[in-house]
Write a protein that binds this ligand. Structure first.
Ligand SMILES: Cc1cc2nc3c(=O)[nH]c(=O)nc-3n(C[C@H](O)[C@H](O)[C@H](O)COP(=O)(O)O)c2cc1C
Length: 204
């Protein structure tokens, strides 16, 4: 049984803490036999949603840029790993714009009633959210959670688990937080095993 995981990397720092957590999650997924492809959002060339509303009546988006191919990759993924730091109490601007460009999934599902994700796919698609914040405040992840829930609903990929760590300004390196990398790897592997089991159960 093949299992394709799409890892969406929303930090601009290639060897930063989000990169380390994403690497652990990727290893967990690969441990289960999944193939993981990583999208480095900050390296993409794309525009934000311009509200042309082409997708209200048509398949896809009328803006042709790096997101054009990514819409297909999001559609074909069996699972998604969404990884980004908190910036100004929410997702960093580029990954938020990336998520906004998933509007064709919303229009297809809720307005045109021609979902891009099949009913069967929706039974096994799952998302793992990974995020960190510098500050030590309770509501650090509220904004990211709201957007992640909306994203998961739009692309029909159930939010399976969250790996969230605030207080990074004091912690410094995720490797120094006991058990965090191991937990990330474990949760990712657990999600992937569940995706494979559900895919076997519900077929294509
Ligand atoms: C522009 C900007 C805004 C930020 N805003 C927040 C914030 O609102 N809350 C918070 O906890 N951390 C905030 N941070 C801190 C980052 O979440 C933190 O530095 C994180 O460790 C970066 O991870 P990375 O190096 O893996 O990209 C901000 C950082 C930047 C650069």
């Amino acid at each position: 049984m093949t299992c394709q995981i799409l890892a969406i990397m929303g930090s601009p720092i290639p060897d930063g803490n989000i990169a380390k957590l994403l690497k652990a999650a990727k290893e967990g997924a690969e441990e289960c036999g999944c193939t993981v492809s990583v999208i480095d959002v900050t390296a993409l060339k794309f525009s934000g949603c311009m509200e042309y509303f082409y997708c209200k009546q048509n398949e896809g988006c009328m803006i042709h840029d790096d997101i054009t191919q990514i819409i297909k990759r999001v559609k074909n993924a069996d699972g998604i790993i969404l990884a980004a730091p908190v910036m100004t109490m929410g997702f960093p601007g580029m990954i938020k714009s990336f998520i906004d460009r998933m509007q064709p999934f919303f229009m297809a599902k809720y307005i045109r009633k021609e979902p891009m994700i099949t009913k069967n796919q929706a039974k096994w698609r799952k998302t793992l959210l990974i995020s960190i914040g510098g500050m030590n405040v309770d509501n650090d992840f509220d904004g990211i959670r709201l957007t992640t829930n909306a994203f998961c609903d739009i692309v029909d990929s159930k939010l399976y688990a969250e790996v969230l760590q605030n207080n990074m300004d004091s912690i410094g390196d995720v490797a120094s937080k006991e058990g965090l990398l191991e937990e990330t790897r474990r949760v990712s592997a657990e999600m992937c095993r569940q995706i494979i089991a559900d895919k076997e159960k519900y077929g294509n």
